[in-house]
Design a protein around this ligand. Sequence first.
Ligand SMILES: [Fe+2]
Length: 195
Amino acid sequence: MQDAKAEAADMLDRIAGALDAALRVRDGYTHSHCGRVVTLALALGRAAGLSRAGLGLLGTCARFHDIGKIGIPDEILRKPGRLSRAEYERIKSHSRIGASIIGRVDAPDMDECARIILHHHEHFDGNGYPEGLAGGEIPLCSRIITLADTYDALTSRRSYRDSMSAEGALGIMRGEVGRQFDPRIAERFFRMLGG
Ligand SMILES: [Fe+2]
C-alpha cells in the first residue's frame, strides 16, 4: 500500500516536471513568474495557518496557475502594446485551459487543483472571471494565489513597462482590498511584506 502511494507520488512528480518543462520552453517569463508566485504563495499560506497538506496543494496550484498560457498565441501572449478587447478575452481563457490541463492528470487532489486554477482570477467582490464567484465561494488557495500573482506581476519587469517598486505595488494592492482581494488574507500579506 505504502509502495503504491509512493509510486503514485513519484509519478505525479514526473508529470509535474514535464509540465514545468513545457511551460519553460513555451514562455520563459510565465515560467519564472510561476516560480516566484510559488514562493510568495507558500509564505502567505504558512502565515494563514494552512496545514502541511494544504501547503502541498497550494504549491502545486501556484506552480501551474498560468499553465493555460501555453494555449494562448504568441502574438497575444508577447504583445508589447495594449491588448484589444478580443485579445484580452482570449488571454482570460487561460484559467479554463489551465484547469482542463491539470484536470486531466489522474492523481489525488488534481481535481481540486484544477478548481483552484480555474478560479485564480476571481475577485472577492464577484467581479472577476471566469465565473464571477465571490467571497468564500472562491477556493481559499485561489484567494491566496491572487495576492501573490498580482504582487509579482506588478513588481516584475516586462518588455512594455518597467517594474514597480514594492511600495508602489503594495499601495495599488491596498486599494483592491475587499474588491479584488479577501481582506483577511490581504492583511496577512501586507503584514508579511511589511507594507
Ligand atoms: Fe493567471
